[in-house]
Ligand binder design. Structure first.
Ligand SMILES: Nc1ncnc2c1ncn2[C@@H]1O[C@H](COP(=O)(O)OP(=O)(O)OP(=O)(O)O)[C@@H](O)[C@H]1O
Length: 266
């Protein structure tokens, strides 16, 4: 286990979580993007969330991490309802529960150097060792496959795969217990996708962090997740152990997804 690594200590329980949007974009109508979703993710586990574009996966992830207010429901972690915590008391939970986004090009400030981006967690979260942060960063980046010479480059000068490595290394400086991975590889070339998924797996083995892994890719989820949930139009239609759900789906929509996916691959 990594020195000072944070082992996930609790099961994250999402209970009856919903989100409705009312906006001018919807011409005054209400749209239920997430509809009464309940799921649980155990310590050190990867839960795969699958569903077509627009079914509410990112909205669910953003509510769990408190980037978006929920309309109703609870997100229990370590005995606390995260949705009940006032913003001013959220900082310690923001460290423990993190999110990695799909778009490498917007994940880091393109004008900042990689080193400056990696310094940010120390400054924003007042991490111990702040006075030695450059030394800590240089020792920290190696297992993430980040070459020391990258530290002086600007984010705009590094590839998408390298950015995901840097963002993950930056998140892991905070020793989070839980990360929402929102399509972490969908913008990357296939060969780089496999490297990033492998890195995520290695990080999980080393630190015990839990993941909610959001993806359109059934093969990727089958490989990476111990449990899987299938979302459709805001609802979680079916969930369970990955092999059980994919080998014997009970919902017709899941069967159709699996058939379409096999067809696309053949
Ligand atoms: N801020 C918003 N205002 C109004 N509607 C929104 C807003 N954010 C998301 N939506 C709508 O909520 C629904 C769910 O969106 P969401 O981004 O969660 O889907 P998704 O499954 O993550 O899709 P994708 O795989 O394409 O990222 C969509 O219909 C989307 O248009």
């Amino acid at each position: 286990m990594e020195k000072g690594a944070c082992v996930a200590i609790a099961t994250l329980e999402v209970q009856h979580l919903s989100k409705s949007f009312h906006s001018n974009r919807l011409r005054g109508r209400t749209h239920k993007a997430v509809d009464d979703v309940s799921l649980a993710i155990g310590p050190g586990q990867t839960y795969g969330l699958m569903g077509e574009s627009g079914c509410g996966k990112s909205t669910l992830g953003r509510m769990i991490t408190r980037l978006l207010p929920a309309s109703s429901g609870t997100v229990l972690y370590d005995g606390t309802d995260l949705l009940d915590i006032p913003q001013r008391k959220m900082l310690p939970y923001r460290r423990r529960i993190q999110m990695l986004f799909q778009h490498p090009d917007t994940s880091l400030n393109p004008r900042m150097t990689v080193l400056d981006s990696l310094r940010e967690p120390f400054l924003l979260h007042d991490l111990p060792g702040k006075q030695d942060m450059d030394e800590i960063i240089r020792a920290h980046i190696e297992p993430y496959g980040i070459q020391p010479e990258l530290l002086e480059r600007r984010a705009s000068q590094v590839s998408g795969g390298q950015i995901q490595r840097i963002v993950l290394a930056r998140i892991m400086l905070l020793q989070p217990e839980f990360i929402v991975l929102d399509e972490p590889t969908s913008m990357l070339d296939v060969s780089v996708q496999a490297q990033i998924m492998d890195l995520l797996h290695q990080v999980q083995l080393r630190t015990g962090v839990s993941y909610l892994l959001i993806s359109h890719d059934l093969d990727l989820l089958r490989h990476a997740s111990s449990r899987i949930g299938i979302m459709y139009r805001g609802k979680l239609l079916e969930q369970g152990e990955t092999e059980a759900v994919l080998n014997a789906p009970t919902h017709p929509y899941t069967r159709e997804l699996i058939e379409n996916f096999s067809y696309m691959r053949d």
